[in-house]
Design a protein around this ligand. Structure first.
Ligand SMILES: NC(=O)c1ccc[n+]([C@@H]2O[C@H](COP(=O)([O-])OP(=O)(O)OC[C@H]3O[C@@H](n4cnc5c(N)ncnc54)[C@H](O)[C@@H]3O)[C@@H](O)[C@H]2O)c1
Length: 395
């Protein structure tokens, strides 16, 4: 992330003074976006990474190896936290307590109790506190949410989401000592890749009543945490949902199927299809005189393209929220829900039983601490090649 590699001198647009903490794959990409002027009204004023090799920036960008110093430097109005997940809580609390606006990467914390601590530190509501749930900017998911809220699909009966297109190699897992360990990350696919999907899940369908889940630790990779998940949810209205995720299947699938009283919505392969029943299916079932008939349907492909502004849209929205009180796309407080879902899925699998919501945050924190303390796993050594491969694929 130095000026030679980037070929960029300067701080980006003048405006809100941003500090970025953590300049790995994600933090460096955010820094690049700001430096390239892609975020109107935002300038990169300071950066921080515990690894000094990541701090070769133009002299206008202040550099720090300790987040405490960046936060107290007076050089920034806001911080973006892009460090490994556990430290989102501690750095986030420190930044909020010192009066800064905060944008935190997903997941906002590793477990529900830490989310509660982080959210409790947001006492001054004039400080903007947002989370990087960039997939909320995707028009496909926005449309699905709108369809459900409008009632056009009727009452939801069943949801299936298969998200196995998060394929990762052993080189990926070797690319960071913290990755896929209980102590470094607090989980696997649920805490790293799936926060986006679980956030959309609760954003679209709300929180379930209970979950029974099955996770396999290191099914496809030499890791101690889950890389394969099947979760079964039940909702207050009797609807059910199955969520399947994996980082070990290729080719993977991303298929979201929602069955409601007025038909079925399917999102797959960048296509959103709505097969709408002319009448509600349960009413049809009660009133039809024929044994094998089904309701007539209209079959519509909803015309949508592209995947929205993603990370840069969240960054622009963060600046607009601070400067103009624009409503946030993803308030950080909402980030607790995806963490609670991830924790409950793991807890159910580890204990072999159904977990009721709300999750007992303290009980799960105790369980996670036991997993960390009991870990005998030795992480394979990181290779230069695996790290550079990963950076390439990330871009
Ligand atoms: N929104 C997205 O699409 C997306 C994509 C990738 C990663 N992320 C999130 O970003 C975060 C970082 O992931 P990554 O892949 O960039 O990891 P990474 O390992 O590539 O980078 C982490 C960086 O943080 C630095 N660091 C660690 N502890 C620090 C501390 N206390 N203070 C300052 N710097 C510190 C490390 O030296 C490293 O440079 C994770 O929480 C991850 O979930 C989000």
């Amino acid at each position: 992330m130095n000026k030679v590699r980037l070929g960029i001198i300067g701080t980006g647009n003048k405006g809100l003074r941003l500090g970025i903490v953590g300049l790995g794959n994600m933090g460096a990409a955010h820094a690049r976006s700001v430096l390239e002027g892609k975020i109107p009204r935002m300038e990169l004023a300071a950066v921080c990474d515990t690894n000094p090799d990541k701090l070769e920036f133009d002299s206008q960008v202040k550099t720090f190896t300790r987040s405490e110093e960046l936060i107290r430097s007076g050089a920034v109005d806001a911080v973006l936290i892009a460090t490994p997940h556990y430290s989102h809580t501690t750095i986030g609390i420190d930044a909020l307590k010192n009066g800064l606006h905060v944008l935190v990467e997903k997941p906002i914390s590793v477990h529900k109790a830490d989310c509660e601590r982080l959210i409790a530190a947001h006492t001054n509501k004039r400080q903007v506190f947002a989370a990087m749930f960039n997939q909320r900017t995707d028009p496909f998911f926005q449309k699905v949410r709108k369809l459900l809220r409008s009632g056009k699909l009727g009452e939801i009966r069943r949801v299936n989401w298969i998200v196995t297109n998060w394929f990762r190699t052993e080189a990926y897992y070797a690319s960071g000592g913290w990755r896929a360990t209980w102590a470094g990350e607090g989980g696997g696919v649920l805490l790293n890749q799936c926060p986006h999907n679980l956030d959309l899940f609760q954003w679209i369908f709300g929180m379930p009543k209970r979950v029974r889940a099955f996770c396999t630790m290191g099914r496809y990779h030499n890791i101690e945490v889950e890389d394969d998940v099947t979760a079964y949810f039940e909702y207050a209205n009797g609807a059910t949902a199955v969520f399947i995720a994996s980082t070990g299947e290729a080719p993977g699938t991303n298929r979201l199927e929602i069955a409601g009283e007025r038909g079925r919505v399917v999102y797959e392969n960048d296509e959103l299809r709505f097969m709408r029943n002319e009448v509600e299916m349960s009413k049809f079932s009660r009133t039809s005189k024929q044994a094998f008939a089904t309701p007539s349907t209209w079959d519509v492909r909803i015309p949508l393209s592209g995947h929205g502004g993603q990370h840069n849209e969240i960054l622009c929205n963060f600046a607009n929220a601070i400067l103009d009180n624009a409503p946030l796309i993803a308030p950080a407080q909402e980030g607790i829900h995806s963490v609670e879902l991830a924790n409950a899925i793991l807890f159910s699998s580890l204990q072999g039983k159904t977990i009721e919501f709300p999750l007992d945050a303290k009980a799960y924190e105790r369980k996670l601490k036991q997993l960390v303390a009991g870990s005998k796993f030795k992480k394979p050594q990181k290779t230069e090649k695996s790290a550079s491969d990963f950076a390439q694929s990330f871009r």
